[in-house]
Design a protein around this ligand. Structure first.
Ligand code: SF4
Length: 410
């Protein structure tokens, strides 16, 4: 097998010589039982029995072996996303996990967080236990809502009872559990069928009281290349208004904080010590090795950082692996200013914001350009940004404007 082009492994982007590079691994599983109309992830419809579970695991392990020179550092987290990785036979997913752990240079002293994204239609008690038995210690369940008409509108295959049963099954397996919810959904143009803020609060409370340690509450993003995107272009997609969305966001936040969750990122809530370490890794600019069809990765070497993406189609990905071709489908070198813009965009999503000066040092670029100083002053005077020393953060009531605030700081 041919190795991908390699770079020296030392992560010199950070100047502290004692620093050990933390790294995460993301494994993409590209199949779902049915494609949801709002989803623009690289996913393909396929019945479970038509998936080559073993063949895909073999391909991902072969890719891992070929990318050994990029897989340097202390492994912190492994995330199986998709797609619907809960469709994957646990024994095959377990083989991939074992290979990732075995080949790591070092393991986090806090233990490696291992998450699997699950769809309620492919997670029950026995399956949750099988995942736990192969070393998974966190299950993320796509509940999305607890109202039948909303779930149908979103094209989900499960009903509210099945969603709750999947969360209970995940909790009973003894692992950490996240539930994904979507907030502010309109199933028609009549405002009476727009989700009321109180309804979003009720759903979040029901899920919280089941005993999950983490909740992600997302707003619908209309992506151009989806069925919802097409409907939106024709003016046929109902959406809740900005005011209702803002109220829903703030009331959901308040309700979850009252129940002991910390609102630590725009869309994420965690009980103490239960933040998603993998996602925090993205938000603070940690490297991650991406494996599998359509997976992205970001790797830092002494020659700088680069991002790559694997072939976006499963047949093509598998054929390339079979032929021993591991050059990524796309590869982009990231210079210091580009990296810092990403760090700003992602870091400002966190409650504590970003240590801009430290991030700039790590990215080997300038923290305070004249434009950035001016934008910071303007945003502070309008109450949309707080500066504390070299750090910047957005107050919670301005979180809904994060993208625009970050763009102003570029
Ligand atoms: S189940 Fe998840 S990954 Fe699959 S199509 Fe729906 S939203 Fe996308």
């Amino acid at each position: 097998m041919q190795n991908p082009s390699t770079d020296a492994p030392v992560p010199a982007i950070c100047s502290r010589s004692e620093w050990v590079k933390p790294i995460g691994v993301y494994v993409h599983f590209p199949w779902c039982l049915r494609k949801c109309p709002y989803c623009d992830f690289a996913t393909f419809e396929r019945p479970r029995e038509a998936i080559d579970h073993r063949g895909y695991a073999n391909a991902v392990i072969a890719e891992l072996d070929a990318r050994r020179d990029w897989y340097k550092g202390r492994l912190e987290t492994v995330f199986f996303g998709g797609g619907t990785p809960s469709l994957w036979e646990p024994a095959e997913l377990g083989r991939v996990l074992e290979a990732i752990l075995e080949r790591a240079e070092g393991l986090s002293p806090d233990g490696v967080e291992v998450t699997v994204e699950c769809n309620p239609s492919s997670l029950d008690g026995p399956r949750a236990k099988e995942f736990a038995a192969v070393g998974v210690n966190r299950l993320s369940v796509g509940v999305q809502g607890l109202d039948q008409s909303r779930l149908e509108f979103l094209g989900r295959l499960h009903n509210p009872d099945e969603a709750l049963a999947a969360v209970r099954a995940a909790i009973a397996s003894g692992v950490r559990v996240n539930a994904d919810l979507m907030i502010g959904i309109a199933t028609g143009f009549d405002e009476r069928v727009h989700q009321a803020p109180a309804e979003a609060v009720r759903e979040a409370a029901v899920v919280a009281e089941l005993g999950v340690s983490h909740i992600s509450a997302y707003q619908l993003t209309v992506e151009a290349k989806t069925r919802f995107g097409e409907l939106d272009r024709k003016g046929k997609l109902p959406l809740v208004g900005d005011d209702r969305m803002a109220t829903t966001f703030l009331e959901t936040s308040r309700a979850l904080e009252e129940r002991g969750f910390e609102h630590y990122e725009i869309s994420n809530f965690a009980r103490p010590g239960e933040r998603s370490r993998h996602n925090v890794g993205y938000w603070v600019g940690q490297d991650y090795l991406g494996l599998g069809c359509a997976a992205y990765g970001t790797i830092t070497t002494e020659n700088g950082a680069f991002r790559y993406r694997n072939a976006p189609n499963p047949e093509r990905y598998l054929a390339r692996v079979e032929a021993g071709q591991f050059e990524p489908h796309e590869r982009e070198q990231l210079d210091g200013p580009t990296l810092l813009k990403e760090r700003i965009m992602l870091g400002l999503r966190l409650r504590e914001g970003i240590d801009l000066e430290r991030a700039a040092e790590e990215c080997r670029t300038e923290a305070w350009t004249d434009e950035r100083r001016r934008a910071t002053r303007e945003l502070m005077s309008s109450g949309r940004l707080v500066q504390e020393g070299g750090s910047l953060r957005i107050p919670r009531d301005a979180w809904l404007f994060t993208d625009g605030i970050a763009a102003a700081l570029f």
